[in-house]
Structure formats: structure tokens, C-alpha cells
Design a protein. Structure first.
Length: 174
């Protein structure tokens, strides 16, 4: 059986839940707090999909602006990217355009096209929502994301679906 290796990068401001999402996906466990990611963290998940063995190399990219210069090397040879924002913090949504401009420039430099999905995190905090679902959908459409997904790492809602979806999008391209 062929083994496919897919590099998936998770991008967004600090505190939007990138590490929490990744750990929930890998372990099924929700942890309230994690220490801030410095630079990047790397994880591996093996799965089977459509009769294919797949290894997801998940790159959890630090959300601090001081690490943004590392983004071009992080997206090199990536097949998929998950952009995240926190529905309770409007600035994390607003900052997506900055992340996208660095991402787009890096992809031009590397002469590559990377599939993207947009994830709105912390759906369990709906009562504190600062970004409407409609705003997220419009943004995803405007910037040509393959999918828009709202999720909660705390409840587990759509966590597996996020990684399943980006993997299926990548598989369609090979």
C-alpha cells in the first residue's frame, strides 16, 4: 500500500487555539492551557483514508508577530493550510489578511499552490461571539478558501472533520 505524506500548516494569531486543536485531534483530550508556541511545533498523525495510508505532518506555527518571518519556510512544500481565528476576539479575524499576505507571498516565492481552509475556533464560547458566522463565510469566499468550518476544541465539535476535510482536499489534487 502506498504511503502519502502531507504537510499541513496551522496559521493564526496567538491564543486562537492552534495547539489546542492539534492536541485534541491527536489525543482526543482537551487541555485548558498550553504554553505559547515558540517558532513552530511539529506533530505526526497516521491514518487511513480511501484505502490509502496517510501521514499528516502537522506544523503548529507560532502566532506571535515576531515569528512571522519564519512563515515562508514553514509553508515550503506544504499541501494544506488551516487558517484559524477566535470567534470571541475580532482582532484575530482582522489579522487574517496579514497572515494571508505573507502566506501568498511565500507561495509565489516557492512557486506552489497550497489548499486552504478557514477555521473559526472556540464555538463553545458562542455567547461571547465577536465575529458572526456570516462574516467568516464571506471572508472565506472572498479569499477563496476551500472550506469554512466553525469548531470547538473544548467540546470536540468539528475537530476531526477539520483534518479529514483538508486531507480529502489534498487527496483530490494528487
Amino acid at each position: 500500500m502506498d504511503v502519502y505524506k502531507f504537510k499541513i500548516v496551522i496559521i493564526g494569531d496567538g491564543g486562537v487555539g492552534k495547539t489546542t486543536l492539534t492536541h485534541r485531534y491527536l489525543t482526543g483530550v482537551f487541555k485548558e492551557t498550553y504554553k505559547l508556541t515558540l517558532g513552530m511545533d511539529f506533530y505526526l498523525k497516521k491514518l487511513e483514508m480511501n484505502g490509502k495510508q496517510i501521514k499528516l505532518h502537522i506544523w503548529d506555527f507560532a502566532g506571535e508577530e515576531k515569528f512571522r518571518f519564519l512563515l515562508p519556510s514553514a509553508v515550503l512544500a506544504a499541501q494544506g493550510t488551516i487558517f484559524m481565528y477566535d470567534i470571541t476576539r475580532y482582532n484575530t479575524f482582522k489579522n487574517l489578511t496579514d497572515w494571508l499576505s505573507v502566506f501568498d507571498e511565500a507561495n509565489k516565492t516557492h512557486n506552489q499552490e497550497v489548499s486552504t481552509i478557514l477555521v473559526a475556533s472556540k464555538l463553545d464560547l458562542e455567547e461571547n461571539r465577536a465575529v458572526s458566522e456570516n462574516e467568516g463565510k464571506i471572508f472565506a469566499e472572498e479569499y477563496k478558501f476551500s472550506e469554512y468550518i466553525e469548531s470547538s476544541s473544548k467540546t470536540g465539535e468539528n475537530v476531526d472533520y477539520i483534518f479529514e476535510k483538508i486531507t480529502r482536499i489534498i487527496l483530490k489534487k494528487i
